[in-house]
Design a protein around this ligand. Sequence first.
Ligand code: SF4
Length: 157
Amino acid sequence: MILVSACLLGHRTRYDGGSNDIALLMEQANHTQFITFCPEIMGGLPTPRPAAEITSGSGDDVLIGQSTVLDKNGKDVTSFFICGAEKSAQLTEKYNITAAILKQRSPSCGSLKIYDGTFSHRTKPGMGVTAAMLHKLGIPLYSEEDITPEQLQKLLK
Ligand code: SF4
């Protein structure tokens, strides 16, 4: 089974109440191999919600207590992000997850780059909190920016 960021499949789970529809993935939206998830919602945050970014380092640093996640109003939302990552980890066991397709740049789902903590749309290399958790568990990570139709077909076999 494959975990997929809900916003990539048309679910309006983004902080601003929108989605990030990706045609390649939406064509397979009802595939029985897909498990749709949104770590920020699972962690207890509402939609819409203020944008949030990892303040320094990356998701790994948040998981070991060396960094925090703040929303645009300065509220510390770290515990929600960690809770979402932990619940995502539980899903991997429950559904025998073998890969995850995650929204790039998100402070939860980014797998190669994340926003840099300044709320200025600049990114830096690093993983979001949930991506870091899944990576630690050995789950191969893909994003909507790099997955090819061939890779997707292979994952869905
Ligand atoms: S936490 Fe992940 S799935 Fe949820 S809206 Fe953000 S990028 Fe999408």
